[in-house]
Design a protein around this ligand. Sequence first.
Ligand SMILES: C[S@@+](CC[C@H](N)C(=O)[O-])C[C@H]1O[C@@H](n2cnc3c(N)ncnc32)[C@H](O)[C@@H]1O
Length: 351
Amino acid sequence: MEDPEGQTPQAEEPVSSRYICTANHGFAPFAQEELRRLFGAVKSTLLVPGEIFLATLQVEPEEVTQLLLNNLPIFLRHIQPVQFQDEAGLPALGRLATYLNSLSHLQGQTIALHVRKGGNSFWQESPGELREWLQEEVKGLGAEFSVHEPAWVISVYADDDALYAGVCRPEENLSSWNGGAIRFRKEESQISRAKFKLIEAEKEFGIPFNSFRRGLDIGAAPGGWTSFLLEHGVQVTAVDPAHMHESLKNYPGLKILRKNANELKFRENEFDVIVCDMSWSPKLMAKMVTGLLHSLVPGGTAVVTVKLMHKKPLAMIKEIIEIFEAERMQIQRAKQLFHNRDEITLYMIKY
Ligand SMILES: C[S@@+](CC[C@H](N)C(=O)[O-])C[C@H]1O[C@@H](n2cnc3c(N)ncnc32)[C@H](O)[C@@H]1O
């Protein structure tokens, strides 16, 4: 049929955008559910089972960014756009270089180039070597390659049967780390790997630990979180029936209470920060921590890990958040950090 101006109407292309999405291992189904709740139908293909998937969303990229940044997800750790897709192999890499060289908005900019490989990638060398090769190939852009405050991020994913790439602003990735994987080196004297969770929370949520004077650490043993607080100049009351690490004995500014947290009473407004990392049922943890919140000053910070022992974590997390909200806690972020295993981290401020 012809329209009045004599033109044959074209069927409009459905709007869609594609992304490689990453969650902690085993949590991809919950990241997919988060996307479904925000964007409706999501077509997805697993790239790494339980962890990385390619998602097609029926909305414009701008809308994806806006909705995600206004509703920061808990389980979706990282997202990278797919604007270029080709078959696996070296000729496709050449075509990717040509494509990137054609993007005039990248000229002379600071760019972070993130390269990841799938399990059986056609690229046999390391991702770092692919990054170096690609940087050389796109020299014509006159760009500076740096992970520090880049204007743009180029994300490349070399899988066994395809090559994917996309360019976006850093905040659109949800994490400035390649694939959202933030890694720290374990210090020789580090008491527990659990400490990484609090280091990551500090960086990810921008928590000003240096500004706190008095802290309560519930479920503190062996003492990774306690040592983190002490190193930030916080005087710590550490509560745990289990033993704290030898190195913390007689540490100035540390009071150790070898007790069950349920047995304790504290004064009003005794602490500026409360942290809790107990391997406990989430509801019991929330009940116990809320029972101690009178000791947190208004404006004080709480960081707690919530174990995901439940089959429906999203519903359970909502319930736990509601328990805290009913006790004058404003949720700043709920997120499964890279260093969280079967748990998430809640960052809250008391009002
Ligand atoms: C995962 S560990 C904490 C690790 C610690 N954040 C670190 O960085 O070293 C959990 C701790 O919670 C403690 N815990 C469990 N129930 C508790 C309770 N009712 N009161 C105090 N501590 C408890 C356990 O004894 C255990 O040491």
